[in-house]
Design a protein around this ligand. Structure first.
Ligand SMILES: Cc1ncc(COP(=O)(O)O)c(C=O)c1O
Length: 351
């Protein structure tokens, strides 16, 4: 219980005091009696979308909770992880005062969220082999950072961080730890979702945009202590997840065997691409990947980036990020797309 109070002490007082927008019908629908809904000025003629969505996504959270073995009151659903990250920063960081730790090279959205919310970041670069610099991270604790954002597997390097090191950080960090597991389905390394109850200040973010194949519907998930979820629910836009998204995700949860097969195929394809690229003189190094993309180093990434564009292939050039000079980040495509990628690399290698 004292733990609950501690996490709430990390939240901004105005967020704690906030009174959420209340949808009038929430307490009356879903019961035994079919109600006539004349409370929200909707068009009453039925279609798939004439009614506002369930603001708390109860049915979807039940189903997702069963799939993830997580109680619904520890789940928040957002319009992509992007919304989740923004809300978390708004809850915990006082603009112009609080600080957040980021670990570059890292997912760019953390810095964008910090900039939008007027939050100073403390950047602790990974090592040149894209590993956590735990001592340097611990050295930031003297500045009392409010949050730390750790993507594992990391984007853009693709590797997972060792679980013991993650746990060391989680155990000792003075604020909120956001562990972004956007690519977790691609790795044999375990999610820390089943350790949530041990760490009330740990927040795990996952997404339907990657392995689940639903980037277009925008669903980000956040798993955390129920008191953090309650704050997220207070802060979010009342109808942040539309009806179509909720339905599509319900259906996708019934297709998990197929998703598993797609993930296995993407991983096999990743190994095929890497094995072939490793044989090319052009490719200097391919970094270990636990995701559906990989980072490779070449002599001149700018030139190859543009040559791939000429072949009709778009990859990412993260070379401006720390330790990423002359690298390209490449996502795994369909087998046919991957064949075309390899053909393009072969052509560039010969030129
Ligand atoms: C580490 C990481 N987190 C989150 C996301 C974004 O997820 P969403 O589509 O749910 O906003 C990405 C997308 O590239 C990512 O790499």
């Amino acid at each position: 219980m004292s733990v609950d109070r501690d996490i709430l002490q990390l939240a901004r007082p105005e967020i704690l005091a906030l009174k959420a927008y209340q949808s009038a019908r929430e307490e009356f629908v879903g019961g035994a009696r079919e109600m006539i809904l004349l409370d929200a000025n909707e068009n009453p003629y039925p279609s798939a979308v004439n009614r506002y969505p369930d603001p708390m996504q109860k049915e979807l959270k039940q189903k997702l909770g069963k799939f993830k073995q997580c109680p619904p009151d520890q789940i928040f659903l957002g319009n992509g992880s992007d919304e989740v990250l923004h809300l978390l920063m708004q809850i915990f960081c006082v603009p112009g005062k609080d600080k957040a730790v980021i670990l570059p090279p890292t997912f760019g959205m953390y810095q964008v969220c910090a900039d939008i919310n007027g939050v100073e970041t403390i950047a602790v670069p990974l090592t040149a082999r894209f590993q956590l610099d735990v001592l340097a991270i611990e050295a930031t604790y003297a500045q009392q950072p409010k949050m730390i954002f750790i993507p594992s597997p990391n984007n853009p390097s693709g590797n997972c961080f060792p679980q013991e090191e993650l746990l060391t950080i989680i155990e000792n960090f003075p604020g909120i730890v956001v562990l972004d597991e956007a690519y977790v389905e691609f790795t044999a390394n375990a999610s820390l979702l089943n350790r949530l109850d041990e760490f009330p200040h740990l927040i795990i973010v996952q997404t339907f945009s990657k392995a689940q194949g639903m980037a277009g519907v925008r669903l980000g998930m956040c798993y955390a202590h129920a008191s953090i979820i309650a704050l997220l629910n207070k802060l979010k836009a009342p109808y942040n997840l539309n009806v179509l998204t909720q339905k599509a995700v319900m259906r996708q949860l019934d297709r998990q065997d197929e998703v598993g097969r797609e993930v296995a195929e993407m991983l096999a394809e990743k190994n095929r691409i890497i094995t072939t690229l490793e044989g090319l003189a052009l490719v200097e190094e391919i970094f270990p990947s636990d995701a559906n993309f990989f980072l490779l180093r070449v002599a001149d990434s700018e030139r190859i980036y543009h040559q791939l564009l000429e072949e009709g292939i778009v990859v990412r050039n993260p070379s401006k990020q720390v330790h990423c000079q002359n690298t390209l980040r490449i996502s795994v495509g369909t087998p046919l797309e991957n064949d075309m990628l390899l053909a393009a690399f072969n052509k560039i290698n010969r030129s």
